[in-house]
Design a protein around this ligand. Sequence first.
Ligand code: A2P
Length: 262
Amino acid sequence: MYTLSNNIKIPKIGFGTWQIPPGEIAYKSVLDAIKVGYKHIDTAYAYENEQSVGKAIKDSGVNRDELFITSKLPSHIKDYEGTVKHFNLTMENLGLEYLDLYLIHAPWPWDEIGKDCSQGNVLAWKAMIEFFKAGKIRAIGVSNFNKEEIENIVKHTNFVPHVNQIQFHIGHTQNETVSYCNKHNIFIEAYSPLGTGRVLKNETVIEMAKKYNVTPAQLSIRYCLEKNTAPLPKTTSKDRMIENINVDFKINVEDIKILDEL
Ligand code: A2P
């Protein structure tokens, strides 16, 4: 477990569900993931699989308080009322009483990347702070935000996000955002820790994995842990789910430096 700035514990590795199709596939994947030991599940309204994820959580038989469940506000919702509405829709979809973590999915709509939504982000953030204070969410945060975008919401609310979930993997470590977040005690979650599969084809990664007697995926996930981030690998294969949490080894300092350079 890692500990967030508000003392909430978060399991070190989460099961990512982006691009896992709703229905039987998402249901079975999440059920398998929980069965093999994942306690942390990451979904989003935009993934359209919240209902399947919620059903799998219920059917898993694992106590709610042993699980850490994250969802996200769609990236185009940039007002207070829309945030309230979508949070309620997410809770209905998941069939849960509370969420462990709720994130603003992105600082701008995915089809208008880079658009200035600073005012809208503040409005959404204010609604999320209210849910947090009401005990409906145990921690709140952002995703895909850079330093300026975080500073904007903090300046207008005086409330620092607990988490920033960003794309983070070997070869893409977003050093500026990470060091800003580390300095302000904003925990980094690493989505696409395998670079959506691309990192696994890198020769240096393949060779180094052999040296540690692990797979390239295990080396990539371990790298995220060595950087004190929470990786969210995703797969629909049960064997790979097991492989991806079986990462109890250390990467030595020299090898970390080599991976940092990729
Ligand atoms: P699949 O679902 O067929 O297993 P990321 O988590 O970085 O987004 O990467 C996800 C991609 O990596 C998916 O295409 C997934 O495919 C693949 N993947 C996940 N775990 C492994 C693994 N242990 N070995 C090889 N490929 C993997």
